[in-house]
Design a protein around this ligand. Structure first.
Ligand code: AMP
Length: 211
């Protein structure tokens, strides 16, 4: 399938997890702006040094930086993709339209207290990026990635204060995109508060229904 999918939804709603499953199942590319920005920070590039303070504070990185980064990625692709974490405001959505049309926008709905719990117990592998939850999906050996043995760490922006700020930023900037895409007739809204498999199956079913 040559689909172009956007994953909306607040931080902690499972965008990364579902994007990974979708890309595996449907043979699409995964474009996560959060991952790309974290890589840029790690590599010490100019983009990374410009983005870091915004990310640590839970704020959005300025649009021009993110849009250029996404544009470059998308133009290099022939096939479909899942955009995870982009667009995050109206400006970015309009810019995306100038580059490409999207087929479906999946919104994962999860309430705020559940999001805070998920994010504060989230651990990420510093080597392969695999994501764990200390209660629901703990690693077999404490602090080590099951997949590659890498070291697990807590993202700097997954501390409680920054989580609250990220949720505020989401409500103010990203939430309006739900109605924006609903009006365009491409929105698929899914209850994201269920297990990973159930949420995934519903996304697949609803994508099929569109055809
Ligand atoms: P995420 O991994 O999607 O939670 O993103 C982590 C952080 O990267 C966010 O809190 C923002 O600081 C930054 N970021 C990711 N995607 C975007 C975007 N589309 N626009 C602006 N900032 C972004």
């Amino acid at each position: 399938m040559d689909l172009k999918i956007v994953l909306l939804g607040p931080p902690g709603s499972g965008k990364g997890t579902q994007a990974e499953r979708l890309t595996r199942e449907l043979g699409l590319a995964h474009i996560s702006t959060g991952d790309l920005l974290r890589e840029a920070v790690k590599s010490g590039s100019e983009l990374g040094s410009k983005a870091k303070s915004y990310m640590d504070a839970g704020e959005l990185v300025p649009d021009d930086l993110v849009i250029e980064m996404v544009g470059e990625k998308i133009r290099g692709l022939d096939d479909g993709y899942v955009l995870d974490g982009f667009p995050r405001n109206l400006e970015q959505a309009r810019d995306l339209e100038r580059i490409t049309e999207v087929d479906a926008v999946v919104d994962l709905r999860v309430d705020e207290e559940e999001l805070v719990d998920r994010l504060s117990k989230r651990r990420t592998c510093d080597s392969c990026g695999a994501v764990y939850h200390l209660r629901f999906n703990p690693p077999e050996r404490e602090g080590k990635c099951d997949r590659c043995g890498g070291q697990l760490y807590q993202r700097e922006d997954d501390s409680e204060g920054t989580i609250r700020e990220r949720l505020r930023v989401y409500r103010e900037n990203t939430l309006p995109l739900v109605e924006y895409y609903r009006e365009k007739g491409v929105l698929i809204d899914v209850d994201g508060a269920r297990g990973i498999d159930e949420v995934f199956q519903e996304i697949i079913d609803r994508l099929k229904e569109r055809d």
